[in-house]
Design a binder for this molecule. Structure first.
Ligand SMILES: C[S@@+](CC[C@H](N)C(=O)[O-])C[C@H]1O[C@@H](n2cnc3c(N)ncnc32)[C@H](O)[C@@H]1O
Length: 184
């Protein structure tokens, strides 16, 4: 799925992607493979570094992808980025934390930068589609604050933070995941 997605997103002219909560770097790797001019920084908890290092090495991308082990809520995000990729992270948090995370992600962008949020979006009635609704229930059971969000909820937070030209990409991933995209 990540290679298919990476082919469908136009990152031409973009130079530095921040993969916030990027885990093992699956998406950073495939975005870099699809875009030879792009480099990427993954920020995730320090315990993830070994998985990311192995994956990055496997694809021979050590020169283009680096990993910062930190809690991105507490840490200030250094560096200049023209793309932020936020994938499957917001559903782990309640609305207030999502606001903080999105504000930080947007702050990390240089003017003209692009933010993409990939997640399981609920319909506006919040009773479907099936997988995002079940996943929301799963998050409620697991950590009490996380849940799935509707496209409107996330778009509103992005707009409050100055993100414009918001669109939902035509891509639909496994379990009905979708990508919301905008620019600052
Ligand atoms: C569900 S995984 C998604 C991984 C990857 N983005 C993807 O889509 O395959 C969520 C990731 O966010 C990271 N994460 C969540 N909150 C974080 C925080 N406050 N600081 C650093 N990493 C965080 C987790 O460690 C985990 O790797």
């Amino acid at each position: 799925m990540p290679p298919k997605l990476a082919e469908q997103i136009d990152l031409q002219g973009r130079r530095h992607l921040l993969d916030l909560g990027g885990g093992p770097g699956t998406y950073a790797i495939h975005f870099c493979q699809a875009n030879p001019e792009l480099r990427a920084t993954i920020i995730d908890r320090p315990m993830t570094i070994n998985f990311a290092a192995q994956a990055i090495k496997f694809f021979g991308l050590q020169e283009r992808i680096d990993f910062l082990g930190d809690d991105f809520i507490g840490a200030s995000i250094k560096g200049e980025y023209d793309v932020v990729w936020l994938s499957q992270v917001l559903h782990g948090y309640g609305p207030e934390q999502c606001r903080r995370i999105i504000a930080k992600a947007v702050e990390a962008l240089s003017p003209g930068g692009m933010i993409m949020v990939h997640d399981f979006f609920l319909s506006e009635g919040k009773d479907g589609p099936l997988f995002p609704a079940l996943f929301s229930l799963n998050m409620l059971i697991c950590n009490q604050v996380g849940r799935s969000y509707s496209e409107r909820e996330i778009s509103d937070i992005l707009s409050e933070n100055g993100v414009r030209d918001l669109t939902r990409l035509p891509f639909v991933g496994p379990d009905e995941s979708c990508v919301l995209c905008g620019k600052v």
